[in-house]
Write a protein that binds this ligand. Structure first.
Ligand code: ADP
Ligand code: MG
Length: 547
């Protein structure tokens, strides 16, 4: 049997299709929401869920929560006398959900669809898939959370054509996606987000401001979603005070919303609905903010905790052939490419490309009898290779041939899970090399957040750097060419001409040294123009020599 799983930062859920309907499964205690907490007792098997949180009251050192924030990272987690990878800990949560489902369904569960934030990168998705496998599940699809929520929303609106936005603010992550729903086809047009922004950040700010423990802050926060005043331990807290503290944090989602609309080429006024999901969207402040950004009242028809799990279950139904009138076209949230000359990012698959997809590029040997070249696979939106995630590095072998004769194709294949496979083919020998992408990236959470923020804020700086690098490469090519032309035409070029050219060459060198993109571009085009007659004369000379 196949289940759908929402593996959340704070809570996880599991569901299965029953008589054509997605149904969420309760555990032995009758609860559908399982806290994503794992407790490691002094002896015996780890304990998962509500019980883990209860045990943790006695020994908080032995519990791991919010492990999702560390998925795809190389760091290990030390708890209960040994170290664990984030996916090992996640697999414990998945094992519990699997066994709860087996209890309830009365049979083995071997396959699953698992959701991830839309903005998860390749390493984070791959780690989630491995966690499923460690739990004994064949992971049939890694599905984006806002897309799952849209499936749940659209399931009973299949005959309508509409454009919707999904605003998903959970405990640890924020995603926004724009979708086109038409005749059962769910097409994601664009997605954006912040893998480090959620309700937890509000708790931290409130706890600091009010000088209370985190748990107390969260409790007051949730209470103030229902009432405008709340008393706790003799102190009174008001919604308006809470909103003043939380507003700047919620406002950080604005740029992601605007960018997703721009990427989708959809104006906010064209949207038919803005769907809210994630526990934090229960806050009146968030609802008001969403209404302001999108210029319409949001749609709160979906259960904020359950929509994602229901969508995962529907996707399981689609894959199992139980749901036949729905099709999903998702996108990759981040661009994929490789490093090229000068440390630049060369994009092969731009962000928001529909998956699955393929893209390739041909390479040749720059050197006679060269036997290979190094390829670095990158993911991200920055212009310079070093500012993106490095997913892997590999050597493409060449059959030794004269310069420019070897032909090696590199193909990027992005599967329906958003997971990348890289293939290198030597067309001379027909040899294929399947490249294994590294499973984890060596970056901290903060680095991830910074990179995403930076790509929005640094766009102009980045462009400058790219222009400069490209111009600089051109200069490196042109200067020796000009020198060689002058040598060959030594007798035919007047002294005036020579000194004019020398001064132009000097300007190019100066601009290169000054690292000024506009100056370098200008100097290069001046040199280019001035050397045109030289090129003509060189050609004439060559032709003349032959006569
Ligand atoms: P995740 O998918 O990341 O596990 P959830 O969608 O379960 O997250 O949302 C959890 C977040 O929602 C937590 O930060 C929690 O404090 C917050 N939350 C839940 N209920 C409310 C409420 N009534 N008011 C404000 N925040 C809430
Ligand atoms: Mg969630």
């Amino acid at each position: 049997m196949m289940v759908g799983i929402d593996l959340g930062t704070t809570h996880s859920l599991v569901g299965s299709m029953q008589s054509g309907f997605p149904i969420l499964i309760a555990d032995a205690r009758g609860e559908r929401l399982t806290p994503s907490a794992v407790y490691f007792p002094k002896s015996g098997e780890p304990v998962v869920g509500r019980e883990a949180l209860t045990l943790a009251l006695g020994d908080p050192e032995r519990v791991v929560t919010s492990v999702k924030r560390q998925m795809g990272m190389r760091g290990k987690i030390a708890v209960g006398g040994r170290t664990w990878t984030p996916e090992e800990i996640s697999s414990r949560i998945l094992k519990k959900l699997k066994s709860d489902a087996e209890q309830s369904l009365g049979g083995p569960v071997g396959r699953a669809v698992i959701t991830v934030p839309a903005y998860f990168n390749d390493a984070q998705r791959a780690a989630t898939k491995r966690a499923g496998e460690l739990a004994g599940l064949s992971v049939e699809r890694i599905l984006s959370e806002p897309t799952a929520a849209a499936l749940a929303y659209g399931m009973d609106r299949l005959d309508e054509k509409s454009k919707v936005a999904v605003y998903d603010l959970g405990g640890g992550t924020f995603d926004v996606s724009i979708l086109l729903l038409s005749a059962g086809i769910f097409e994601v047009l664009a997605t954006n987000g912040d893998t480090r922004l959620g309700g937890d950040d509000l708790d931290v700010a409130l706890a600091r401001e009010w000088d209370v423990p985190l748990r107390t802050a969260e409790k007051i926060k949730c209470a103030l979603s229902e009432t405008s005043e709340f008393a706790h331990e003799g102190r009174s807290y008001s919604r308006s005070a809470l909103e003043a503290i939380c507003r700047p944090i919620i406002a950080r989602t604005r740029k992601n919303c605007i960018r997703s609309l721009a990427d989708a080429r959809v104006d906010a006024s064209e949207l038919d609905a803005v769907i809210l999901v994630g526990g934090a969207t229960r806050m009146p402040l968030v609802r008001g903010f969403v209404a302001e950004v999108f210029g319409r009242e949001p749609d709160a028809s979906q259960h904020p905790d359950e929509a994602v799990a229901l969508g995962a279950t529907i996707q399981a139904g689609i894959l199992a052939g139980e749901v036949q009138n729905m099709t999903l076209l998702d996108v990759t949230p981040l661009s994929l490419g490789m490093e090229t000359y000068g440390g630049l990012m060369n994009v092969l698959i731009p962000r928001n490309t529909t998956i699955p997809c393929k893209a390739g590029e041909m390479f040749t040997n720059a050197v006679h009898n060269q036997s290979g070249m190094r390829i670095t696979v990158l993911q991200g939106e920055r212009e310079m290779a070093r500012d993106n995630w490095k997913l892997g590095e590999f050597e493409v072998p060449f059959a030794p041939l004269p310069k420019g004769r070897a032909r090696v194709g590199v193909q990027f294949e992005l599967d329906a899970n958003g997971l990348l496979n890289v293939l290198a083919r030597d067309t001379a020998t027909g040899t294929d090399t399947v490249v294994k992408i590294e499973s984890a990236v060596e970056v901290s959470d903060e680095a991830v957040e910074k990179m995403l923020g930076d790509s929005l804020e640094r766009a102009f700086e980045d462009m400058d750097e790219r222009i400069f690098t490209e111009a600089s490469l051109k200069a490196d090519e042109m200067l020796p060419a000009v020198a060689s032309a002058l040598e060959q035409l030594a007798d035919e070029v007047s002294e005036d001409e020579q000194s004019a050219l020398a001064s132009l060459v000097g300007k190019v060198r100066a601009a290169q040294a000054a690292k000024s993109p506009p100056q370098l571009k200008a100097a290069l085009s001046a040199l280019d123009e001035a050397t045109q007659p030289l090129a003509t004369r060189l050609i004439e000379k060559a032709l003349g020599g032959r006569q």
